[in-house]
Design a protein around this ligand. Sequence first.
Ligand code: UDP
Ligand code: MG
Length: 318
Amino acid sequence: MQQTTTPIIGIISPCYNEEQVLNETAKQLNGVIEGLIAKNIISHQSFIAFVDDGSNDNTWKLIEENSNRYTPVKGLKLAGNVGHQKALLAGLLTFKDEASALISIDADLQDDVSVIEEMIVKHKAGTDVLYAVRKERTTDSGFKRNTALIFYNLMKKMKVNIVHNHADYRLCSSRVLNALAEFDEVNLFLRGIIPSIGFSNDVVYYNRLERFAGESKYPFKKMLSFAWNGITSFSNYPLKLVTIIGFAVFFICLLMSGYALIAMFTGQVVPGWLSTVLPMYFLGGVQLFCFGIIGEYIGKIYLEVKKRPRYFIDKRVD
Ligand code: UDP
Ligand code: MG
């Protein structure tokens, strides 16, 4: 839908113990919003909402202060720390009915705020989802770069549809957010869910900067669990793998059984050998094969219990 009026745009930023960056982030985001209002690109009702994800430092106090300082700044305080993905979801669902589109951005100023204007311009031209994609990863450590690459390749192999080098910096129109609200799952992996919703989308490119201050809240352990969650909540490929391995092993075991029988009849073995080895091969193969079949059914159950919405209607003509 092409928009002629100036849309209300909301920026959602989850914060966990971000007292070192919050004042600067509020200042910069406020600058962006005021600039876009002045250029008559967005409505003067546009806002910035900081979601305090159960921080145990002064984050909330700073959010309150900044909301007094700058008109567009709002705050949402969660009861406890629920993690980045859920905190972001809380922000998106709370504010989705108050804006024409919401932009999610990390609070640490690693995402270049200057592409916000490009996102909004493309959104106004009718695009529902705009993924901000990193041009290069020079500011990351070699370790983070490589693990990220492994992650993207693995996800691709498992047929999970994610946008390469896109984190959670994106614009979603309100109808995409309404669709998002229909996902009931607890294991949230927004980078997989948003592309699975559909609607028109495009990318904008930016350079990822260094963290403005403070430390990463994603240590290796959290990164690993995030990647694992991404795979297991989108793909039953690992279960399928059991069936494939099971079938292969079963086949090999049949061949081995044949060999054991021949060895027995050509008289090259000690007594009792066949009766030990044959059931071992055979049962091993049967067992893994059966595991695989059970896995197939568990895979189906897994897909069903998620009760994900099956489709979203983009538009219609009358
Ligand atoms: N964050 C959050 N809850 C958490 C951990 C992180 O809301 O439990 C926020 C954090 O404040 C930041 C964003 O999620 O705005 C991304 O975290 P971080 O910058 O530490 O991750 P990295 O950029 O190192 O991957
Ligand atoms: Mg960061």
